[in-house]
Design a protein around this ligand. Structure first.
Ligand SMILES: [Zn+2]
Length: 444
């Protein structure tokens, strides 16, 4: 997803409310008073604990991989409106020593080319969302088959192999079957696909179910149409599979140090919502196993919008560093802090992120005007309200020693590799929407 414009808090917003008649209400008056006051707070009301990072004895990570994705939905002009959705994800790698040589404010195109040459790989597919008929099946089955085929065919199936690697926990020598899931045909529970299989049989209705059905896309669809959320979920899953394809290949690499000398950056939080969270336990198990084996995997997810970003935007100005040249500062957010300060729902019964997150939250402030919300894995999850602390975050020091050289100055709070991946994955590198529309909607 693209970086948004910077948002400096305007000081005079409140006065715009002055002309409303409702200011005669005592309650509205009180609201406006408090609203005006809150823009004048002089300290961080959430008492965030910022720690200073001194990088002198920490070696930065040498290699960087970044992944990003995008999707665009195209609608026909005629009636009934036909709708298809294009999804694109991109993965790129770069040698950090080459990035260091690039001017982050005005990167020279030739330098960029040098960093990028032969280092990017992208994946793209297209889904029918509504009012598209194919001769071999309804919309529901078409999307299911396209998901399976897209994962299996592209790059000779290396991304599909990664799905199997995660689902069947292939880094471990103990074979495991897939998690259970709802059958896409009859809705009954399929108690897992046997180890290493691409598909299975539903014990209830005897129909074939795909391993890709286990991920749960079909739960978002009905027979005749699919919502755009299928595109966004597919994009997120493919970003994950692309990143973990590199992790998988490096895990088996003869040079056992390579994996732990690499930084993996994902656009967005390290989270899989609702049914897609079925992949989370396996991912955590792998990252914990890698940590215990002495081969830590360094991953960061960067959030450029949402509750955490909004919260950090309001408190960042109170945090160090306040002068250029000072050390970067960071704050590891405990579950308790997230509940009380970010979401302000301290009484929620479920521990924060228990089902959905494979990374914990971190605020980082690099210089007076650059700050970021990151998710970084801890491996195993711990539901304690005081979890995590900085010793739980995998590779925190090496990550913090690496990030400053990756900060872009083109967009506020952006990471250079993500910006480049975004450039490859973004719609600007598609043909224009109008051409896509003509291509996709031409009656054959
Ligand atoms: Zn069934």
């Amino acid at each position: 997803m693209p970086y948004s414009q910077g948002t400096r808090l305007p000081g005079e917003t409140a006065s715009k409310l002055g002309h409303l008649n409702v200011v005669n209400s005592e309650w509205v008056n009180s609201l406006i008073r408090d609203f005006e006051q809150s823009t004048h707070s002089t300290s961080d009301p959430s008492n965030t604990f910022w720690a200073e990072f001194t990088s002198s004895d920490v070696e930065p990570l040498r290699n960087v991989w970044a992944v990003d994705g995008s999707f665009v939905t195209v609608t026909s002009d005629d009636f009934p409106r036909r709708e298809i959705s294009f999804v694109k994800t991109a993965l790129l790698t770069m040698d950090r020593t080459k990035i260091d040589a690039i001017d982050k404010d005005h990167p020279h195109p030739l330098h960029l080319q040098d960093v990028m040459t032969g280092s990017a790989i992208f994946h793209a597919t297209v889904f029918p969302l509504r009012n598209i008929r194919t001769s071999i099946g309804n919309n529901y089955d078409t999307v299911r088959h396209i998901i399976r085929d897209s994962m299996k065919i592209d790059e000779d199936g290396i991304f599909f192999e990664t799905l199997k690697w995660i689902v069947y926990q292939k880094w471990d020598s103990n074979p495991t079957s897939s998690p259970s899931f709802g059958c896409p045909h009859c809705g009954n529970d399929v108690q897992g696909i046997p180890y290493d299989a691409d598909e299975g049989i539903c014990p209830e209705c005897k129909n074939v179910v795909f391993l890709s059905d286990m991920v749960g896309f079909h739960l978002d669809m009905d027979e005749e149409s699919a919502p755009e959320s299928v595109s966004s979920a597919y994009m997120l899953i493919m970003e994950l599979l692309m990143l973990f394809t590199v992790i998988r290949l490096l895990w088996d690499h003869t040079d056992k140090h390579l994996l732990s000398d690499t930084l993996f950056i994902k656009d967005g939080p390290l989270t899989l919502r609702s049914q897609y969270s079925k992949l989370v336990p396996s991912i955590r198990t792998f990252l914990e196993y890698a940590k215990q084996t002495g081969r830590p995997v360094h991953i960061v997810g960067q959030e450029k919008s949402g509750s955490f970003y909004d919260h950090l935007s309001t408190i960042a100005r109170f945090a160090p560093p306040s002068e250029r040249g000072e050390n970067l500062h960071y704050a590891v957010l405990t579950h308790d802090y997230v509940r009380k300060e970010v979401y302000r729902t301290p009484d929620m019964s479920n521990p924060y992120g228990k089902r959905t997150n494979w990374g914990e939250k971190l605020y980082v402030k690099f210089d007076p005007s650059t700050y970021m919300v990151l998710s970084v894995p801890t491996g195993a999850y711990n539901e304690d309200v005081d979890f995590p602390n900085e010793s739980n975050i995998i590779g925190l020091n090496r990550i913090l020693a690496t990030l400053p050289s990756l900060v872009s100055h083109k967009y506020e709070g952006a990471l250079f590799p993500v910006e480049l991946a975004n450039g490859i994955a973004s719609m600007s590198s598609y043909p224009s929407a109008k051409i896509l529309q003509r291509f996709a909607m031409d009656p054959r």
